[in-house]
Design a binder for this molecule. Structure first.
Ligand code: B12
Length: 455
């Protein structure tokens, strides 16, 4: 069958990101013998609809699979919902490819499948991992049968598929986004009260064979002449042995690479950070969220302030740049807990801080149930239109406090307050050939980082 996989995401902040999920699904469909193309909306801007119409007319797909990565940008108070844009794509696909089956999938879709089915009205939807489920849906259609409208894929193992990166313009991603993407494992066993990762990837870590991951990486890096990559695992350092094995394999192959990963302070060791640094890791992003025991507790984090302090010291000693991401104004936040978080951050002095304001609520999370108990919103009503949990105690002053923090900390970044300021600044950096995460240069707006950069 002719299968068109659409990577619908056009968001460019903080960087354009390679649509790895859509590429995995396209790879699986191709491995199953289908004639697969990808339509990537990322760099098309306003031309997306005419380009999509052309592709649909020329390729005449039997099945159109659309990948929906983001629902909104989770920013408060200034946020963006992508739904109107997805709706336009949906209407266009329906009008032009009238005989094709239209299938939705992706992380955003998985978080609220029934709401997306109602809003975009595809023929089918796949919630969860797409590799196996999409291929079996294609097989059912090919056999002339009708698959269920909504399929829920249960996580099982790490699929053996490789993402069809050759169907994307990776050169452009590398130039404008500064990194290739790789995934070494799936699943999340942490119990953060607001988080979607277990809903998206299941509660148990499913490792990918390290050799397989590094083979994919090595061939991608060679093919695209790239040296930087981002590990998209939700928490790279769990399980620790798996992360260490990945680093050892990079070292064994003597790949001259520079990379970044999301990590958690929970269970992090100095030894692993040193190994990561030796294996080419240049920076890490800690999903810290808060640095007050009260809010850490309310967010269900599996570590405390001592771990935040230790991992910061160890990262610095290992020569890694490091960022802490924060959620200010979440459950149980008060002016005192916020001041404590700020004081700890000032003490550990990371390269950068990313601070989100309030918590975007998602169904099937503990925080959604708490919000319902507190009379804020019924869990069943949480949907595509973003609703934020903001602690009553700080709600009236949160924006003002955040603006004051932004003004006094040049390396603190507040996506909900920034508008286009950083986009312009970061674009300039990219056009000067800077690769890797641009936050590594935050707070050093006047320094010329070019000499430190692997090109
Ligand atoms: C790594 C990551 C980042 C990194 C990306 C770095 C990089 N170089 O790629 C960074 C930090 C930059 C980032 C930024 C953002 N992110 Co982010 N990110 C993630 C994370 C942890 C992993 C994404 C990933 O690559 N997964 C690996 C791939 C293989 O999985 P996948 O895309 O889900 O694909 C599978 C399935 O969904 C399905 N599938 C996918 N497409 C299709 C299509 C069809 C037809 C089918 C059938 C199935 C299918 O099959 C795939 C393979 O199994 C996810 C959370 C998560 N665990 O998924 C959040 C997540 C995707 N991010 C999210 C958000 C909001 C953002 C930002 C908007 C935040 C912000 N304001 O900065 C930005 C947007 C960036 C952009 N340009 O789009 C949200 C999206 C939900 C929402 N609320 O909208 C998520 C889900 C986290 C969350 N809050 O729940 N992110």
């Amino acid at each position: 069958m002719r299968v068109l996989v659409i990577a619908a995401n056009q968001e460019q902040k903080p960087d354009p990101v390679v649509p790895l999920g859509a590429a995995f699904v396209a790879g699986a469909a191709r491995d199953a013998g289908h004639d697969v193309r990808m339509f990537d909306a990322c760099f098309l801007g306003e031309k997306v609809l005419p380009e999509l119409i052309n592709t649909l007319r020329q390729f005449q797909p039997d099945v159109v699979g659309m990948s929906i990565r983001n629902i909104d940008d989770v920013c408060w108070p200034q946020g963006v919902s992508y739904l109107p844009y997805y709706r336009k794509l949906g209407v266009c696909i329906r009008a032009v490819a009238q005989d094709a089956r239209f299938v939705l999938g992706g992380s955003a879709f998985t978080l609220m499948p029934t709401q997306f089915m109602r809003a975009i009205e595809p023929d089918h939807g796949v919630a969860g991992e797409g590799e196996g489920a999409f291929v079996s849906l294609l097989a059912t259609l090919e056999a002339g049968e009708l698959p269920p409208r909504l399929l829920r894929a249960e996580p099982a193992g790490f699929p053996s598929t490789h993402p069809a990166l050759d169907l994307l313009d990776i050169d452009q991603y590398y130039q404008r986004g500064g990194a290739l993407n790789v995934q070494t494992r799936r699943g999340c066993s942490f119990l953060c009260t607001y988080c979607t990762y277990p809903v998206l990837e299941g509660r148990h870590a499913r490792r990918r064979a390290v050799c397989d991951t590094v083979d994919e990486l090595e061939s991608g890096l060679l093919r695209y002449g790239a040296k930087h990559f981002f590990v998209v695992d939700n928490t790279f350092n769990h399980p620790t042995e798996h992360a260490a094995e990945f680093c050892e394999e990079l070292l064994r192959r003597e790949l001259n690479v520079r990379w970044t990963a999301y990590v958690t302070p929970a269970g992090m060791t100095e030894e692993l950070l040193r190994l990561m640094a030796r294996a080419g890791c240049g920076s890490v992003e800690y999903g810290t969220d808060a640095a007050s025991e009260v809010t850490l507790g309310a967010l269900g984090k599996s570590f405390g302030i001592p771990e935040i302090v230790h991992v910061s010291d160890w990262s610095r000693r290992a020569g890694l740049k490091f960022a802490h991401t924060l959620i200010l104004g979440g459950p149980d936040e008060t002016p005192a807990t916020m001041a404590e978080t700020v004081a700890v951050m000032e003490k550990v002095n990371p390269t950068a801080v990313f601070a989100m304001l309030g918590v975007r609520l998602y169904p099937n999370t503990q925080l959604a149930r708490r919000a319902e108990r507190e009379g804020l919103i019924a869990e069943a009503e949480i949907g595509i239109e973003p609703v934020f949990y903001v602690s009553e105690s700080v709600a009236p002053t949160l924006e003002e406090s955040a603006r004051a923090l932004a003004a006094s900390h040049s390396n603190w970044f507040f996506p909900g307050l920034e508008g286009e300021r950083w986009t312009r600044f970061w674009h300039r950096r990219r056009t000067h050939g800077i690769r890797g995460p641009l936050w590594e240069w935050m707070g050093q707006a006047t320094a010329d980082p070019a000499h430190e950069v692997i090109r």
